[in-house]
Design a protein around this ligand. Structure first.
Ligand SMILES: Nc1ncnc2c1ncn2[C@@H]1O[C@H](COP(=O)(O)OP(=O)(O)O)[C@@H](O)[C@H]1O
Ligand SMILES: [Mg+2]
Length: 343
């Protein structure tokens, strides 16, 4: 029997806890990205998305107690030595951050930024590195790349600079691209362009993509599967189509109701009341309890719900629905009742 294909990126019960806090930053995060698959991690600010993304490069907050595993191409990065981490960072995974200006030296030319790692990691000559840098800038859709190679970061707009950063992430020929809110610092038009570039690269190069965003609609437009994170836990996961059509967790439904749709006229937006749990607040039961309009005291606040497959199927009797490629999992004590209520 052929071996089952190993995911490119696999979190297995990752737990990250800082001393002096009331709850872990991450609590049992299990998530996978297969080679060539686009996956999104969605949640409000402070939910633990960036800590999750950085863990895929072996970067964990200093002083944190950790548990579980993060495997990249089969190598566990939790507690890995420097040589293993370097091998992953220079050959398998690359990261793109929210603010492109924070990741580039303002007093060096764009060309030097790109060719430096091409020469260091790829062992290319100067001419080879420059040719490759031109190819990469063309691949990310930068017009007149030869001129931009000679420019300084301040001469480029935010959107152009984010394209340079994406080209920079591609210098190591990664199999996995980690994008942490790659368009949050950009204006709306530029956001759409950058997402189009990322989607195109992901498909053309068969990259595994982990897209981190607070925007569920953006996630669904770009990714095959979605994980929804709340207070350091995955509360729902499934295919993008399923999650948007039938959000099972009240938090997922809340995220959908609180952001305008990408297309069409926005209906009434309903913000989720209250604020996310800080690290100083512990939850005895469901962490979403205090903000959930379906919460039942004496039940939802007693034990934390675990991720399980919902028993009840949603009320879509008219068309035969093909079995989804990834089953929905939800961590809500009332997930089945809520589907029943909507019948
Ligand atoms: N290095 C660190 N030291 C202390 N706290 C941290 C560190 N990194 C993240 N945190 C805390 O962990 C929580 C999750 O952070 P983060 O992953 O950045 O959230 P998100 O990216 O979803 O907005 C936040 O409460 C944040 O303050
Ligand atoms: Mg973040």
């Amino acid at each position: 029997m052929p071996p089952l294909e190993m995911p490119l990126l696999e979190y297995d019960g990752l737990r990250v806890e800082l001393p002096g806090t009331a709850r872990p930053i991450l609590d049992g995060v299990t998530l996978s990205v297969a080679a060539g698959e686009a996956v999104a991690l969605v949640g409000e600010s402070g939910s633990g998305k960036s800590v999750t993304a950085r863990a895929a490069l072996g970067l964990l907050p200093s002083g944190a107690r950790t548990g579980g595993q993060v495997r990249v191409d089969g190598t566990d990065l939790v507690g890995a030595d420097a040589a293993r981490l370097r091998a992953v960072r220079t050959g398998v995974a690359s990261m793109i951050f929210q603010d492109p200006r924070a990741g580039i030296n303002p007093v060096r030319r764009v060309g030097d930024f790109l060719t430096e790692s091409l020469r260091l990691v790829g062992g290319r000559t100067r001419a080879e590195a420059e040719a490759r840098a031109l190819e990469l800038l063309t691949a990310v859709g930068l017009p007149d790349p030869a001129r931009h190679l000679r420019q300084y970061p301040h001469q480029l707009s935010g959107g152009m600079l984010q394209r340079v950063m994406i080209a920079g992430a591609l210098t190591a020929d990664p199999q996995l691209l980690l994008c942490d809110e790659p368009t949050t610092a950009l204006d709306v038009t530029t956001q759409a362009e950058i997402m189009a570039v990322l989607g195109q690269l992901q498909r053309d190069r068969g990259l595994g993509l982990l897209l981190i965003t607070h925007d569920l609609d953006l996630a669904a437009a770009t990714c095959d599967r979605i994980y929804v994170m709340y207070a350091g836990r995955i509360v729902e996961t499934g295919t993008a189509a399923d999650l948007l059509a039938i959000p099972r967790h009240p938090y997922t439904a809340g995220l959908l109701g609180s952001s305008p749709p990408l297309e069409g006229t926005p209906g009434r937006l309903t913000p989720i009341p209250g604020a996310p749990l800080s690290l100083a607040e512990a939850a005895s039961g469901c962490a979403f309890f205090a903000r959930c309009r379906f919460a039942q005291p004496g039940r939802c606040d007693l034990t934390p719900p675990v991720l399980t497959s919902p028993v009840l199927t949603p009320p879509v009797p008219t068309l035969p629905v093909p079995a989804p490629a990834a089953p929905t999992l939800v961590a809500c004590h009332r997930a089945d009742e809520l589907i029943e209520e909507n019948r």
